[in-house]
Design a protein around this ligand. Sequence first.
Ligand SMILES: [Fe+2]
Ligand SMILES: [Fe+2]
Length: 399
Amino acid sequence: MSTMTQTSGAGTYLDAFSELEQRGSKQPEWLRSLRQEAFASFCDTGFPTIKDEAWRFTSVAPISQTAFSLPEAGPSGVTRAEVEPFRIDGTACSLVFINGRFAPELSDQPKLAAGVHAGSLGQALAGDNGALELQLGLKLALQNDAFSSLNTAFIEDGAYVRIARGTVLEAPIHLLFLSTGAEEPLMFHTGMRSLFPTVREAVATLIDPAKLRWVGFSHFEADECGSLNEWQTVAPDATAVCSMVGKLVSVDDFAPKNPAKGMTDGETFETGGHRFKFVHTPHVPHCWEAGMLFDETTGTLFCTDLFHQGGDVEPKTTSDVVGRARETFVEYQAGPFANYFPYTANTDKEIKRLAALKPKVLATMHGSVFEGNGEQALFDFADMLGDVLGRDAKAIAAE
Ligand SMILES: [Fe+2]
Ligand SMILES: [Fe+2]
């Protein structure tokens, strides 16, 4: 099966189907007809809803409302070491599929007993095995529903196991299907331009830096997006995700290679494995264009300068971070970094809007990432800001 990307309607299945039609030039004519018939059947029936008896208790809306795209062709980059934990002992053979595609380099295929075949469906289809025509077509006729239609319409590869009548298998055949997750990696905040080599090296421990697709950031400052141009040089598709204000006022002028995705408050987008909501928070932490991304999939709020903690702290914590942030804000008030956040009539309101997301993880930019009750931590942070900055703001105004 292919994987999902961004929110859209069934139209994206049409786009993916057209792409597959162009790719499938080596496949037999009967398969092309079968696919077209199956896709037409899907277009007729559409996805089931809870009004259909068989699906009364199961909504498929999360599937039908998510756009579909074909997996990328070419090597998956998965290594044998990564597959090893999923293998089981004592099998006759182990066939591995990555994002629905047979991966011979990751599979163990010793010679099987006479009358037993286990291999790639894609290879069998390319060989135009007459038996397959009967089997695949029969399946579709028997199960005329959206999912079997879609599976048939998008057949490219899979497992093909054939066992001659009367043959007894001494050991099981292991079919291992793995997905590589998000296909459009997103990084939130680039770090300063001078830090680019270090950040790139760190990113390379997770993904191929050239595959970075999205660069999210809260506001237009050097530590948030200073190396955006450098990223667009090493990762040709890297595109900024920021507020519409940020895009129009600064970002498209600063990094014109790939125009930014300008987001409005509450807008969502998907990257394959994650669904993000953009929250526009003008002047929180600071700057007109400020906003934050909330990863709805994991409950992570990329909360930028909120919860700023000084010193060399641990990467993650479940302990209080508001007390540490208070120390930083109090210290800053006494020096050149005073009034780090503008304390306005909207400050408390904006932070409480973030609390309403009930984040489980607060991914701060400066300090330990907090795991726990994010809603309460944001309430406490709002109180702390009012206490430190609100009081100072009133005192300054009274002078
Ligand atoms: Fe900042
Ligand atoms: Fe920052």
